[in-house]
Design a protein around this ligand. Structure first.
Ligand code: SF4
Length: 403
């Protein structure tokens, strides 16, 4: 896959951030992963996403050892392990950026931090810690949570909060807000979303040319570079590659016999072993809620603030179970799913959907079996590899029995 190109894009992104952080005339904003990055880019900020850094801590398997350092300054081992591993890494002065890109010695220093509580409150607490540490402003958008239908009242309130960010951000950036610049960024963000969506939808083909595990690697530019031409070009070329594979009937795994849906976060430190485990069982995990989280096809350049407010509130993670179940039913049908895996992430209740009867309700309604696996995205102490393997193998045996 176009992975080599993607690695180069990510390397350039982090090098640009590093030099912006060292320069006196460039400004760096930290943003939560589904925060209003388009506004920041339109004002000329270089945008850094701590969650991407935390995912790197997870996939390089150093996160678990760093968590206790954040626990020692008051952040519980039970809260978001992105937060705890990231603050732990800062306290220990380590970063996977130095391992990946030799010349980068530290994370970029922020001039401002912006969060949106649409995903959780943890991003707010996480960013507050760094705002104090660097003595820089912290700004936020407070989103309603557990929303069933997104109404005009929700949209108006979020859009107003987004507009209210402009004046403080103008002061910090030293640039005047230009609505045409925002429209340009928004249009690129939407183009990125359209292509990323099509990339993920190629997995509806049998056999699927893409796995969930590939998706977690490929989604980097959709998270950190949405709003740029580079991200659009990358996903267009990835899409061409996947369409070629489809023409040749090339599956991502050999002998695809079962197709699964993954709900919840990936276990970053086990991506490779999990991908190999499923492949060894002739099973392709074809789709996930997680990778779909960076699709904002509702952005509208003719109505920038309202459409941003709506798109950032219509996200799966913001919604009530009823809306989530409707969405999952569509996914199960579209991707021709044989079974569901629900990852119960110990430290992220917001990305965990198995605790209030959802798997059972879906199973009853759609006759699609499901399995709940316990673990965590960054804290590997919450995962038993043996148990995981045994449970997956037993689940696939059950699917075989059902066939
Ligand atoms: S959504 Fe979950 S993983 Fe993401 S920042 Fe919030 S608590 Fe952490």
């Amino acid at each position: 896959m176009a992975t080599k190109e993607m690695k180069q894009i990510m390397a350039n992104y982090y090098h640009e951030l590093d030099s912006a952080s060292k320069s006196s005339d460039k400004k760096v904003a930290w943003c939560s992963s589904v925060g209003p990055t388009e506004i920041l880019r339109s004002l000329g900020f270089y945008v850094y996403f701590p969650e991407n850094h935390s995912a790197m801590l997870g996939s390089s398997r150093i996160a678990t050892d760093l968590i206790p350092y954040a626990n020692a300054v008051g952040y519980s081992p039970d809260i978001c392990s992105y937060l705890t591993s990231d603050i732990g890494a800062y306290l220990k002065r380590v970063t996977p950026l130095s391992m990946a890109y030799e010349s980068i010695k530290s994370i970029p220093k922020p001039d401002v931090l912006i969060f949106n509580t649409n995903q959780c409150r943890d991003v707010q607490d996480w960013f507050r810690w760094y705002a104090d540490e660097f003595n820089v402003p912290l700004l936020g958008v407070y989103t309603h949570r557990g929303v069933n239908e997104v109404t005009d009242a929700h949209v108006l309130s979020i859009a107003q909060q987004m507009e209210d960010l402009i004046i403080p951000l103008e002061k910090i950036s030293g640039n005047m807000f230009d609505i045409n610049e925002l429209k340009k960024v928004l249009s690129l963000s939407r183009a990125c979303s359209n292509s990323w969506k099509k990339v993920l939808e190629t997995a509806s083909t049998i056999p699927s040319p893409l796995t969930f595990f590939d998706g977690t690697i490929q989604m980097g530019p959709a998270v950190v570079l949405r709003g740029t031409q580079k991200a659009v070009d990358y996903y267009n070329s990835l899409l061409n590659e996947l369409e070629e594979r489809i023409k040749k009937h090339e599956g991502a795994i050999e002998n695809e016999s079962f197709r699964l849906y993954w709900d919840g976060m990936p276990i970053w430190g086990r991506l490779r072993s999990h991908s190999e485990l499923f492949a060894s069982q002739n099973t392709c995990v074809v789709a996930s809620t997680y990778c779909n989280s960076w699709i904002f096809t509702g952005f509208d350049v003719d109505d920038p603030f309202n459409s941003m407010a709506r798109a950032y509130t219509e996200l799966f993670i913001v919604r009530a179970d009823e809306a989530k179940e409707k969405y999952l039913k569509k996914m199960i049908d579209f991707f021709k799913i044989d079974g569901m895996i629900f990852h119960d992430s110990k430290t992220c209740p917001h990305n965990t959907n198995s605790r209030y009867g959802m798997p059972q309700r879906l199973e009853e309604e759609l006759d699609v079996p499901s399995l709940v696996v316990n673990g965590d995205f960054n804290d590997l102490r919450c995962l038993s590899d043996e148990q995981f393997k045994t449970n997956i193998e037993a689940f696939i045996e059950q699917l075989e029995g059902n066939k």
